[in-house]
Structures are given as C-alpha cells and as structure tokens.
Design a protein around this ligand. Structure first.
Ligand code: GBH
Length: 450
C-alpha cells in the first residue's frame, strides 16, 4: 500500500464518517418531483458525457446494500442528503408520503447497523417548481426551505443526532448562478449575489425551524480552501484577497460574525439587512468544512488569454484569474493534491474567527481517480488525515472527518467521468466493488478504535 506508517491517533470521540448526496446517488427520478438538475441535464452539452441523474447509483432501490457497505467500513456516521423534491414534489404544499417513507427506512437501516444518520437538507437539487418561480434569486425560497426542514424533522428527527442545513452555498452560487456550469445554469456573474444571501437566510431560518422541532447539533457544510497569491506583487495579492472574500469570507463571515465582508452587504437584496444577518448568524453547534484543494489566484490576465481553467470556461473581465499550482501531484480532475493546505486552512480559520468559531467537522474530503486498486486515493486520504491531525495538535477544535464519497456517483457536469468513491460502481450493472481505499480506511479506523 502507498502508506505504511500508522495514522496518528485522533481523540476518542472523534466522529468518522462517509458522505454522499441525494441527486448524485438516488436515481428514481420518476418517484419524486423534478429538480433543477433534471432540467439542466436534459440540455445537450451541459453534462460532458451526456449522463443524467435519473438513475445514478439507483440507491433509492439499493440503499440496504449501500448501508451495509457503510457499516462494513466501520464509520460511526453517514452523511447523506434529503431530496427536497422527493419530500415536497413542487417544493411547497403537498408532501409525498412515499418520499418521506424512503428517508424513514434509510434512517432505520442506518440505526440498525449502529451508524449515525447525518442528513443534509439541501445539496443543490432545488425543486423545479420553485426555480420556475425565481429559485434562490427570490426570498420566498428561503421561507419554503424552512418549512421543508420542519417537515423532515417531524418525520426523522427522533433518530437524527446531527443535522446539516445546506451544502456549499458558495459553489451553488458560483457554479450554478454566476458561471452556469451547474444547474440552474444561470450566468449572472456578480448579479448572482442574491442567491448567496437567500441561501444564507434559508440556512438561518432552517436552524430556527429545526430547533423549534426539537433538533440538536446543527451545522452547515461550506467549501473552503486557502487562496494563494500568484506572487507577492500588489496586483496579485489584491486579486487573491478578493477571491478569498468570495470563496471563504462571503459565507463564513455572516454565519460566524454576523456581517458581510466590506462592500458586499450593500449588494444584497434585503429591506432590513441587520435583521437578516441576525437570522443568518443564529449560533451553530458546529461548522462543517468541505476541503479539496487550495487555489492560486493572480491579477486578471490580458484580454483573450487562458479563458479555460480546470475544465471551466471563465468569462473575461473578472477581477482575478486562477492559476495552476505547480509542483504537486494532481487528481484525475486536475486538482492539485496539497494536504498541508488543510492544516493551513484550519489554523487560519481558528485565527480569524477565534471564540466565535464552533467546533469544526470536515464534512467532505476526497479525490477523483480511476481504478479499483486506487493507491493514489489512499495516498490522498493518508496525507489529509495527517494534515488534519497536525491542525488538531495545533489546538484547532476539529471533531470529525467525512470522506467524499462512499460511491462513485453522478459527478454533476462531469457525469460519470469522475470517480470519487471508496466503492467502485459499474454504472451499467450497478455492481458495487469496494476499492483498495475502502479496505485501507477500514483498517485505519480499526486502529483508531484499538
Ligand atoms: C463538492 O464540491 C460537492 O459538495 C460534491 O457534491 C462533489 O461531488 C464533490 O465536491 C466533488 O466535486 O479547479 O483546482 O480550482 C466541491 C467543490 C469546487 C472543489 C471546485 C474543487 C475546483 C478545483 N469544488 N474546486 S480547481
């Protein structure tokens, strides 16, 4: 195996888990309301290999087998997402009994195997009916989300020890609403900021609705990563600082400090911004970080150069430009593998937010590689666990770590071209095969328990 030395020991009650999301694994699209992803994948060219999420891993029908895989891994927790349009086919109003029944069965199956269910209420699958009414550009969507949260809590809340409101509002704003690489395919650039505000508001309203329904231990999963300036030159550090505001501070500052970074609050659609920020900053029990890689950013490049970056077609006229990070291995996706950036990120978070920072959980970390004998994935996870341990040793209060992902799944605009699973899925036959990394992680966890 790629990594031989034992992973250092984490605290006894450290929460180990594995993550998935509904639109990426469930399939059974004919048994729920349509989401923005159904509309988006129906447009040729939007998904690089033309796949849709209609079947995905067929987890809706195979959840018992998948929960057995989770149990076999020896993790204490499973992070999944609840599909809003499966529970409320048009996003509001009529509840689907069959949809709620599915999550009820899933939660029971997890509990029967001694695995703690950690649901995420939104992983980018907005009900299409709400999108047609304006989606996240509209304030109403935030209110509907809180009602939906209450419906889910009423049904499965008695067995759910830990909740996540939203997954990565930053990526959903950037990729879904600013660049149009993800559903709903809006290319609004900076006019996408209302989608950020309304997601944050939805989060805060949902925290209140969940607590009113008796839920405890509520967090959010945000994507974060250090931003490295391309050089020490003033124009590069300024551009990197701006990117850092958009990726990291635009979401973490309002949640943890109750204010937007300077100049951004004014751009948000709020009659009473202070009142909204109070909702958004509703105290969290913990804060989830999805970490993949750092980003190097420099000043805008001259007109006409390098509009392509890591598979994205970037518009011209942005006040920064992402640059390749050299000197590190890259995954199949082209993302650099830089474990020490995780230590850097976590210590920077502690330094910036200090006492306002609740305990942290890494809610996603993983990589895309082909193959069942996935030694590169083992090396990636090994490196990141060591980097995480260094942050814990440095005094950052991190309480858990979830691998993305249990299964090879529907990887958004990449379709089936990228494989993030610890378990290989043959998309033609739905056959699951645990990879070398699955067996490796099981042994790591066994050693942690010993
Ligand atoms: C997560 O988003 C999602 O929550 C999950 O659904 C998804 O399957 C998983 O990641 C894997 O993609 O081009 O080098 O600058 C991750 C957000 C945004 C992280 C893009 C990597 C670009 C890397 N990602 N980012 S780079």
């Amino acid at each position: 195996m790629a990594a031989t030395a034992a992973i250092p020991r984490f605290p006894r009650d450290f929460l180990w888990g594995v993550s998935t999301s509904a639109p990426q694994i469930e399939g059974a699209a004919d048994q729920r309301g349509p989401s923005v992803w159904d509309a988006f994948t129906a447009v040729p060219g939007n998904v690089k290999d033309g796949t849709t999420a209609a079947v995905a891993c067929d987890h809706y029908h195979r959840y018992r087998e998948d929960v057995a895989l989770v149990g076999g891994l020896g993790v204490a927790a499973y992070r999944f997402s609840v599909s809003w349009p499966r529970v409320l086919p048009t996003g509001a109003g009529a509840v689907s009994a069959a949809g709620l029944d599915f999550y009820d069965r899933l939660v029971d199956e997890l509990c029967a195997r001694g695995v703690r269910p950690v649901p995420t209420l939104f992983h980018w699958d907005t009900p299409l009916a709400l999108q047609d009414a304006g989606g996240w550009l509209r304030r109403d969507t935030a209110e509907r989300f809180a009602e939906y949260a209450a419906v889910v809590a009423a049904r499965i809340g008695d067995r759910v020890p830990k909740w996540i409101t939203l997954n990565e509002p930053a990526e959903h704003t950037l990729l879904g609403h600013a660049l149009g690489e993800h559903a709903p395919g809006e290319k609004l650039l900076f006019d996408a900021l209302p989608a950020a505000h309304h997601q944050l508001l939805a989060h805060g309203l949902a925290v209140r609705a969940l607590r009113a329904a008796g839920a405890r231990d509520i967090g959010i999963a945000n994507s974060h990563g250090p931003t490295w300036p391309a050089s020490a030159a003033e124009e590069d550090t300024a551009a990197a600082g701006f990117y850092d505001v958009l990726l990291n501070r635009l979401f973490a500052d309002p949640l943890l400090m109750g204010r937007y970074p300077e100049g951004l609050g004014e751009l948000m659609p709020a009659a009473d911004l202070e009142a909204d920020l109070k909702v958004i900053a509703e105290p969290l029990d913990w804060y989830g970080i999805n970490f993949y890689q750092p980003t190097k950013v420099g000043a805008p490049l001259p007109e006409g150069t390098a509009a392509e970056f890591a598979g994205l077609t970037l518009p011209t006229g942005l006040p920064f430009s992402p640059r390749p990070i050299e000197g590190y291995p890259v995954t199949d996706f082209g993302w650099p593998v830089v474990p020490e950036a995780l230590t850097e990120l976590l210590t920077a978070f502690r330094d910036r937010y200090g006492d306002r920072l609740p305990p942290l959980v890494i809610t996603e970390n993983g990589c895309s590689y082909e193959g069942i004998d996935d030694q590169e994935r083992i090396a990636y996870l090994d490196g990141h666990l060591r980097a995480l341990h260094r942050a814990v040793e440095a005094g950052v209060d991190v309480r858990g770590y979830f691998v993305w992902s249990l299964l090879d799944n529907f990887e958004w605009a990449e379709g089936h071209r990228r494989r993030f699973g610890l378990v290989h899925v043959d998309h033609a036959t739905q056959k699951r095969t645990p990879k070398a990394s699955y067996h490796w992680l099981r042994e790591v966890l066994r050693a942690q328990r010993a």
